[in-house]
Write a protein of this length. Structure first.
Length: 262
């Protein structure tokens, strides 16, 4: 056995079949659980990965991040290949590397980007039913963008947070939010320094209501000021949500050199 090392994984997954990222006592069917079991099969060690973002049931990701500690001598950049042999096909490691032992993905200055995808048509395309929300009424993306503009900046997002949230503060900063259309697909892209429980899905539900003509874009300012979940729109379905990118603004520290390497 070698020294303890910390390995960082960038994880892509189709969340359709899973009860979310985080381990739950009621079900073993989670992304975190699958990663723990795959690492144990590979290394023989019982580990508990630490995830950067705890996505909900049905939510997808291109780039969630997790770390775990191991005494395995497998090179950090080889875990990508070894673990993918142990994981189901709807979960894939897209990058692996060794990082500093004190690196924690939730205790860093980060920037996260989510997309919420909507099929805006009378009939839902069945091939996209697990990867987009269906909204049959016409959506005006100019109205949606005008409303989204009021969300940019630092605000108390209590109105856009599930009431069961245990966050100590509901203040977050949205750096950019755009609504675009390509054919029948409408995409809401949101970048920020952190997100509350269901925050992006509530933003999406609120923007869809405004996009269909229910409310003026300027009403978003009032929704923020009320700091009341009941003031905002519905929580949009999970299947439309994708975690696109998790960026560490100060970089990712590598392992310290050993005496032999120094």
């Amino acid at each position: 056995m070698g020294d303890i090392r910390r390995i960082m994984l960038t994880v892509s997954y189709d969340g359709t079949a899973y009860s979310g990222w985080a381990l739950q006592s009621s079900t073993p069917n989670t992304i975190e659980g699958e990663l723990n079991r795959a690492i144990e099969r590979l290394t023989g060690e019982q580990v508990q990965v630490i995830g950067a973002s705890r996505t909900d049931a049905g939510v997808h990701a291109y780039g969630n991040v997790a770390v775990f500690d191991t005494t395995s001598t497998i090179p950090g950049d080889r875990f990508i290949f070894a673990l993918n042999h142990e994981l189901p096909q709807d979960i894939r490691i897209v990058e692996s590397r060794e990082v500093a032992l004190d690196f924690h993905p939730r205790h860093c200055d980060t920037e996260k980007t989510y997309e919420y995808r909507i099929v805006n048509s009378q009939i839902m395309d069945p091939t996209r039913r697990f990867y987009a929300c269906h909204f049959s009424m016409p959506l005006d993306i100019d109205l949606m963008n005008a409303a989204a503009h009021h969300l940019v900046g630092e605000h108390d997002f209590t109105s856009f947070c599930n009431v069961e949230s245990q966050a100590l503060s509901h203040v977050r900063t949205i750096k950019d939010i755009t609504v675009t259309r390509n054919g029948d697909e409408v995409v809401i892209s949101v970048t920020g320094n952190g997100f509350l429980y269901n925050m992006v899905r509530i933003i999406a539900g609120t923007l869809m209501q405004i996009g269909r003509g229910r409310g003026d874009p300027s009403e978003v300012k009032t929704i923020l000021e009320k700091k009341n979940r009941a003031a905002a729109g519905p929580t949009a379905p999970a299947e439309g949500l994708f975690l696109i990118e998790y960026k560490f603004l100060d970089g990712i520290p590598g392992p310290k050199a050993t005496d032999e390497e120094a």
